[in-house]
Ligand binder design. Sequence first.
Ligand SMILES: [Fe+2]
Length: 234
Amino acid sequence: MNQLNSQSANFYFDGCALIQIKQTQSFLALVEDLRQLHFIDLGEHEDFSLNYKDTYDLKRDADLNEKLVKFLFDQGIPHKIKALTGRNYILGDLVLRKSRQIKSYMPWHRDTYLDKNKNLVGRTPPLIKLIFYPRLEDSCSHELSILRGSSKRVFRSYVIDKLQRFFVKKTKIFQSNETCVLFDSAIIHSAIPSTKHSNGSFRLIYNFCDESQVDTFRCGKTITDIYKKYELSN
Ligand SMILES: [Fe+2]
């Protein structure tokens, strides 16, 4: 990604950044927990539910959620988001998801966008997403593509906005235990489907929002409460 005079300037223009993960004991233990889950049938695990075909989500009341929130504070993520964006974002929601879809469940899109009738769809301000794609096997799959800078390049014409993906170099995000990706969800991005022989892959998705938007996350209440508890003690 670009090297401008500061990380916040880079994030402003790029709309995305890679965040280094500190290899702490608790992080290594989390990866180990995920590795154990990766090799079992989640259809038979009481903490997971099948929400779409071939896609299992961790349930909201599962104990593991506490560790997933703790990960953010162990890694200093709230401070990093503040430093990069200059704003006080708060955790609205998180999901630990294992997906094995051969067709992308989220092809090229913005989470906040102008539709064909030029109506704004999605949350404003757009959410900031942090996604960790753990590497749990020797292979290292491509999980996400992003059109860097597209969060600041919105064409009023629906068609021209869609066309920009043919003219802009794509930034590819791969599974990694060393970095996770932070991006403005108004950026054009695409979830990459699993390959035919894949066992599926985990993604840990955190949605950060403005304080005024927290109530729009219907199921996130428990997670927001855990987050606020950690926020007070940090
Ligand atoms: Fe998206």
